[in-house]
Design a protein around this ligand. Structure first.
Ligand code: SAM
Length: 270
């Protein structure tokens, strides 16, 4: 799905800066208990740097009494998180699938907050992950999600997945998800969250520029997202990535808006 080490490296160039800005700008939507421990779940924590450098920092501004459980589907992400950030008193990293109903049975109404940064765009079965998150939240518990609505890499992935040469391989690709192909991804996800029982939903969209303007920068970045071409035969993987990155350069030369990335920030309550 991702090359964990490369992901940690390339996301430092702009994604982590955007995430920091967004969390700082929207953190006031979260309310903090004055007494007792805050139990917090970070879904799709990746290699842990967002959890430690951005989310934990934000939590510590509000309480000293907290516990964060960072979970991720990929063993490689969790291994890197544990290696990069060992012996954290208030944080545990654990391999787990947010879609696995059985994995969450023991956490019923356990968390005060569920945070998730850039994860749900690629997780299928929204009804299942929404239900699991709803069940592990305490009554009146809060959610704070940051999602990516689109960027040059996503646009090219969707474009190439409709081209004759690639379409048969890309039908089941996680990056061609229902979220990304939807005409209005914001309405789609908000409707699912409402149907799942979440209330007081507030959402905002925010746009930044990125270095995804030429083939070289795009290639370095997209290499970390191994899910882009994981459904393509081994011998064609490199050709696919090259085409995707060349197309980004071509599109940017015609339209300078092409390098923009837009994010969706959602908060709400059980
Ligand atoms: C784009 S990364 C974001 C990582 C991190 N939150 C960050 O801010 O850099 C998305 C993460 O979601 C994880 N993920 C995807 N599907 C998942 C699932 N079903 N359950 C848990 N994690 C999942 C991936 O393994 C990946 O590490």
């Amino acid at each position: 799905m991702f090359d964990a080490t490369l992901y940690q490296e390339v996301t430092e160039s702009f994604i982590k800066t955007h995430t920091k800005f967004i969390v700082n700008s929207f953190k006031n939507v979260l309310e903090w208990k004055s007494e007792g421990k805050e139990e917090i779940l970070d879904v799709g924590c990746g290699e842990g740097s967002t959890t430690i450098h951005i989310l934990e920092k934000m939590v510590m501004e509000n309480t000293k009494n907290y516990n964060i459980l960072g979970i991720d589907l990929m063993d490689a992400m969790i291994d890197l998180a544990k290696k990069s950030f060992p012996n954290r008193e208030n944080i545990q990293f654990k391999q787990a699938d947010i879609l696995d109903v059985n994995a969450w049975v023991g956490y019923k109404e356990h968390f005060h907050k569920v945070l998730s940064i850039l994860c749900f765009m690629i997780v299928p079965n929204p009804k299942v992950w929404i239900k699991n998150i709803y069940n592990v939240l305490k009554p009146n518990g809060q959610i704070f999600f940051m999602l990516c609505l689109t960027n040059a890499m996503v646009k090219q992935q969707l474009y190439l997945s409709k081209q004759k040469k690639w379409e048969t391989y890309q039908k089941k690709n996680a990056m061609c998800s229902e979220f990304f192909i939807n005409e209005n991804s914001t309405d789609w996800i908000i409707r699912h969250l409402e149907e799942g029982g979440f209330k007081h939903l507030i959402y905002n969209e925010i746009v930044f520029d990125t270095p995804l303007k030429n083939k070289e920068a795009s290639y370095k970045f997209t290499k970390a997202f191994t899910l882009l071409n994981e459904t393509i035969p081994e011998e064609l993987k490199e050709e696919y990535l090259n085409e995707l990155c060349e197309n980004i350069e071509k599109e940017y030369s015609k339209n300078k808006e092409y390098s923009k990335i837009s994010y969706l920030i959602i908060s709400g309550r059980k």
